[in-house]
Ligand binder design. Sequence first.
Ligand SMILES: [Zn+2]
Length: 701
Amino acid sequence: MNRVYKTLLIPFLAVILFSQISCNNQSTETTDAETSGSDLAVSDHFDPKGKGPSKHTLAIWENWKKTLPFEDKRDFEEAQKGFIAAPDFRQIKNAEGRVIWDIGRYDFLLNEQDHQTIHPSLQRIATLNMGYGLYKVSDGIYQVRGFDLSNMTLVEGKTGWILIDVLTTKETSAAALKFANEQLGERPVRAVIYSHTHADHFGGIRGVVNEEDVIAGKVKIIAPEGFMNFAVSENVIAGNAMNRRLFYQYGVLLPVSPYGHVDQALAKNVSSGTLGLIAPTISISKPVEELVVDGLRMIFHNTPNTEAPVEMNTYIPEKKALWMAENVTATIHNIYTLRGALVRDALTWSKKISESLYMFGEEADVMFASHHWPRWGNERVQEVLRTQRDAYGHIHNTVLNLANQGVTVNEVHNVYEVPASLQKQWSARSYHGSVEHNSRAIINRYLGYWDANPLTLIPMAERESAPLFVEMMGGAGPIIEKGKELFEEGKYKHAGELLNKLVFAEPQNQEAKDLLADCYEQIGYQQESTSVRNSFLAGAYELRNGIPGGEMPKSVTPDIIRAMSTETWLDFLGVKLNSKKAEGINFKMNIITPDNNEKFLVELSNSTLSNLKGFTAKNADLTLTLNRSDLNMAMMGVKSFEDLLKEGKAKVEGNPQILAQLVGMLDEFDPRFEILPGTKKEKYQSPTADGGFDAPAFIED
Ligand SMILES: [Zn+2]
């Protein structure tokens, strides 16, 4: 029985735990081949077929350089302000000596050289995100930055530290706390605040507190209501698909290089250490709730359905310090995150920023957040709050204005424009989201994916329709010829339209795939948003070389399994069921877990596995009774069901064969399923010679 739990858990835990082997891909610093500007010299970057920027891409690059407000350098001043010290190391290792964090890979961004393979605005934020070390926010408030995707904030309480967000993994959080204590004097951790449910804000908890101290009440963990539910469940059911899409949005296997991975918008990247989770001990349930935490008055402001399903800002009146969680950072965030998730609510997001502005923002002297750097002075605080409020509000309102005039989900990204006043504000630039995918998301949230053209209601798959297009266009020869012509003219999207048909019609046509990849690459270089850049560059890589190698997840974290509800796990079993194999099979099974007083009725009928919490069937074919704490062991793969039965920890009544039958009907999800035609391989190769990758522990922002 062991297998069932392993096989059904690992694929979605892959999303939660993108834990990985070595992190030895050092920055591929190169002499940029792009300086000539006229032709597409094959560069010496990671991909042997890779090219520098075309003259068209360079023209766009020059235009951005001229028109964006580079004279406004306040972000650079703020990112530097309060700097106390940087550690003498640039790598963090785990207990086995493996490098799980290495900001040094990105040092090519510190040489003050323009990289014309990077949008100038993206290079700006990528450089700002090189901030590394301990910084003072205000009296008694400090941040460690550059140790992970997120910041760790330390607030002086009466007797010790109150930590706000604790990075992604225990290795980086422990290193951050140690470094801060060395610089500021050792203080015990009295409380931890989880601002929201994304793992870069809670995963490092075990590096800064002992669970026994939490249980004993010595350390309080404060989080918004509903935290545990959403911390685990947001990406379980579609986990394998989300995991695969991380290859694109986050470029998780793209080598770090001016031609590849340069930034993650919120910071450099995610650490690849050990992710943990300890449940909160205090839940903030009211819209606004005040607590005294280690002698310090804190006002919590719940902001559900914004950047995360549950999230909260915090105001510290005594210090006039406003913590905006991940609701206000130095980028416009994802309204739709390309890894896949429910579309977020831009209107609520905008309103919650407005609430913060009028509840706290009119008196705050400093505003700080879980990513990027603080803003000082009330005028500046209000400026950034208004800018971001209006950026989310404008895209929401204006996209719906357009939709109400007939603009569709498939057109709006070419029609919607950010107002000029916001375009000139750095904090309204879309590094994480993009204007294009966020504007489409607004329509998708309200109207869904259909553009109301009857033909697109039941579209042919591209694989089915492409051969007809190719035939009508006169075959591969003319398409390649026209594709090259369009490419030379810098019409990469036009070329892409044609070549995409050919690639879908002839998945083994490498010439077509290479030319399409060249288009992707130029489009990627032109993007301000890391999400879109990474997607195009990862796609280019796959078209040229096939789906990349690099180690996939190899471990599951006990904390995450413990935190998962039995219902979520059973829901996922239903997703794993192979409908064809289940045809004609019917059974009812009861699962009873006495220690948490839960029971479930699991029924297979009509090739559908359903589960109902709080019920049992009178005439069940099988009743399985075991404590949830023992079920955890099976879910983790530590013990098999046979072991648990032998040890007397599990009891069965009825026909135990049903369990084996169920296992036999579950699908294995391929973590490297094919997205672009002809990219699936028998054996995967690593994009770098040393084969080392830095697949992060977790990505969920
Ligand atoms: Zn985050």
